[in-house]
Write a protein that binds this ligand. Structure first.
Ligand code: DUC
Ligand code: ZN
Ligand code: ZN
Length: 479
């Protein structure tokens, strides 16, 4: 019997810290050795000419989510297929609490959707829409202890928005429980005001979705969330940052020494508001409706500035897949009457890593180590999965992606494994592509072929994030 179950040989091993030419030996699903030559293995995979990196962790995806009044195009099986084909081995989707419902019951419902139906490992963030005394005093503390150690709150949307008092209560609970709060920063009233004005002027096409939520509303909400976080002394993660204005708010907070973290996404370095342009609802603008909306090319530069200087810790997809055609898709009859009814979100879990690699590494904007940090390691660290995930250290789960840095691919719907009937990146050319994925040592994806199955993925109860530790000083807790 060989010493190792699997050896990955001849590749260039990349972590968030190092780039090294070595082999990897895997035993019982764990990384067992990194050495110049690992020969004594039952199975040997030749990785010469390839990069060998920790599997991607996408800490911001939505699957089987019942919200926005539309049917999602991905449940856990198709969504995780798409994830694994895109080089990911872990995803963290959301379990949303409908207003008035029990958070615990909501979590159970999402487990029913996911358990036994996911091709990659997964945890859950919670979405808190109704911070009742029971939720804050009993359900959240118990759920955090059970491994749901992060939750998201919204500053907009009729059925999810929290007012300032409610935000403060949730932040206070997060501080107590040492959970990490993710904040969707867009101002509810400003968006409603803009939407009503646009509709009154007959401006209802998809493009006006972007006009109705300009950067000012994102910047204002980001500043408000940062101020609340400083008042309470609780770290926050501002998610899906779209452009210069919110990026600068986060940088300002970080320069003040606050624990304010930032996430940006694929669409904010590769799509613009002009992609939403279409004279009426039948043109393809609706395909790009997501929130916050894509901005301008100048904002891409600002996002790169934030990536390069460490303002952003994580790069996610915000995969939120809808159909385009049909009565439940973006072209549904109600959505044709106004941008405000177009289901909000786009599919992107499969192209997140290729687009960041191509636009970032291949174009010389970021290093290989930064790429791994942004797509894997920092997600694990931020959300209580490190060092089991996000690392190739000895003893870590053998979650590995083999990457061809020179493969040129034109992204198309035909290549995608997701449930949506389109990709917003049709025709987008990338250099660099995942050609193999291993989940805890099991070969689950091989260059276009899905080898794994829906019982491969395991639920990951997550530990507390070290990044959620308060600074220990703040007006609400001094004295
Ligand atoms: N926020 C998200 O995080 N995803 C989709 C839509 C939204 O508003
Ligand atoms: Zn959001
Ligand atoms: Zn999202």
């Amino acid at each position: 019997m060989a010493t190792y179950d699997l050896a990955i040989r001849g590749g260039t091993v990349v972590t968030a810290a190092d780039v090294t030419r070595c082999d990897i030996g895997i035993k019982d699903g764990l990384v067992a050795v990194l050495a110049g030559a690992v020969t004594d293995a039952d199975t040997v995979v030749d990785a010469s000419g390839l990069l060998v990196m920790p599997g991607g962790i996408d800490s911001h995806v939505h699957l089987a989510q019942k919200a926005y009044g539309a049917q999602m195009a991905d449940g856990f099986e198709t969504g995780s297929r798409s994830a694994v084909a895109g080089g990911n081995t872990t995803i963290i989707p959301f379990a949303i609490q409908p207003k008035g419902a029990s958070l615990r019951e909501s979590v159970k419902a999402y487990h029913k959707e996911a358990d036994g139906q996911c091709l990659v490992d997964y945890g859950f963030h919670l979405i808190v829409t109704d911070p009742s005394p029971t939720v804050l005093g009993q359900e959240l503390p118990a759920l955090v202890a059970d491994g749901y150690s992060s939750f998201k709150v919204f500053m907009t949307y009729d059925d999810m928005v929290l007012n300032d008092r409610e935000l403060l209560e949730v932040f206070d609970c997060a501080r107590r429980e040492k959970a990490l709060v993710m904040v969707h920063c867009e101002g509810y009233d400003a968006i409603r005001f803009m939407t009503e004005r646009l509709e009154a002027a007959g401006k209802t096409a998809p493009y006006y979705h972007a006009v109705s939520r300009p950067q000012i509303v994102e910047r204002e909400a980001a500043h408000r969330a940062i101020s609340h976080s400083e008042l309470i002394d609780v770290p926050i993660m501002i998610v899906h940052v779209s452009g210069r204005e919110a990026m600068e708010q986060i940088r300002w907070a970080q320069q003040r020494g606050l624990k304010v973290y930032g996430e940006t996404c694929t669409q904010y370095i590769s799509l613009t508001a002009d992609d939403l342009k279409g004279l009426n609802m039948d043109e393809s603008g609706g395909k790009y409706v997501c929130s916050p909306p894509p901005r301008t090319r100048a904002d891409w530069d600002a996002i790169w500035e934030g990536i390069q200087t460490g303002v952003f810790q994580t790069f996610s997809s915000d995969h939120c897949p809808y159909f385009y055609e049909g009565d439940v898709g973006k072209l549904n009859p109600k959505a044709r009457t106004s941008f405000k009814w177009v289901p909000n979100g786009i599919p992107g879990v499969e192209v997140r890593m290729p687009i960041l690699f191509s636009e970032g590494v291949a174009k010389g904007r970021i290093t290989l180590e930064q790429f791994v940090a942004l797509t894997s390691t920092n997600h694990a660290k931020m959300y209580g999965l490190y060092p089991r995930k996000g690392s190739l250290a000895i003893g870590a789960d053998a979650d590995i992606v083999l990457w061809d840095p020179n493969r040129k691919v034109t992204i198309s719907q035909a290549l995608m494994h997701h449930g949506s009937d389109y990709t917003p990146w049709e025709g987008f050319e990338v250099t660099g592509w995942p050609v193999g994925t291993f989940l805890r040592g099991k070969h689950v994806y091989d260059d276009g072929k899905i080898l794994g199955g829906p019982t491969d993925g395991q639920f990951l109860p997550r530990g507390l994030s070290p990044y959620a530790k308060p600074r220990g000083t703040g007006p609400a807790y001094e004295g």
